[in-house]
Design a protein around this ligand. Structure first.
Ligand code: AMP
Length: 200
């Protein structure tokens, strides 16, 4: 029986990762740690960190591993993350996987499960195109979306391979209703002994 719920959710843009991550974190009573959200909040609030990362995120580039790592390290050391957390958007490359291993070792902890949300490329493309149309966005062209998905595929595969070797990856079919997908994730976590009662 796992006494903690230290989780990572991984999936391409358009996979519903943010939505499912929030549902799972709420169900387990653990905080979501989303590096993208931290950056967006700081940009909106005009903090020095926000000023530092504004141009980088606007260009769709990655913030440095060092700066992103500092944020995650500080956040994971806070009291409310002691029994568990759900990471969304970090780690994004193999160097960040190693950094995260180091932060967790400092806390005498390790990841319990990695949720891999699988959505076929065509489905992700269709969802993102629809969202772009609904939001009237002209920058989300099919080419731009395809490029972001390619970057995800290139960068994320090695991360999942590392975690797969550790036997902690749960592949979840990301096609279905929101409830169906949440149920699938919860069933996979429960099989590892990760439930609300175990986490709190
Ligand atoms: P996201 O919402 O996860 O797509 O993140 C939005 C933006 O924040 C990204 O395009 C990056 O510029 C930055 N960002 C988020 N997470 C990371 C990370 N782990 N490493 C580097 N940059 C990141």
């Amino acid at each position: 029986m796992t006494a903690t719920a230290r989780l990572l959710i991984v999936g391409p843009q358009g996979s519903g990762k943010g939505t499912q991550g929030a549902r799972i974190a709420e169900a387990l009573g653990i905080p979501t740690v989303s590096t993208g959200d931290v950056f967006r909040a700081n940009i909106a609030a005009g903090t020095p960190l926000g000023e530092q990362v504004k141009a980088i995120t606007a260009a769709g580039e990655l913030v440095s591993d060092e700066l992103t790592g500092q944020i995650v390290r500080d956040r994971l050391a806070q009291d409310d993350a002691a029994a568990g957390f759900l990471l969304d958007g970090y780690p994004r490359n193999v160097a960040q996987v190693r950094d995260l291993d180091g932060f967790l070792t400092e806390l005498d902890a390790q990841l319990d499960a990695v949720i891999e949300l699988e959505v076929p490329r065509a489905e992700s493309m269709a969802r993102l195109s629809l969202r772009a149309q609904q939001q009237g966005r002209t920058d989300d062209t099919d080419e731009a979306i395809a490029k972001r998905l390619s970057i995800y595929e290139r960068e994320t595969a090695p991360i999942l391979d590392v975690y797969r070797e550790r036997g902690i990856v749960d592949q979840i079919d990301g096609v279905g209703t929101l409830d169906e997908i949440t149920d699938r994730i919860q069933a996979a976590l429960a099989a590892r002994g990760i439930t609300r009662s175990a986490a709190v």
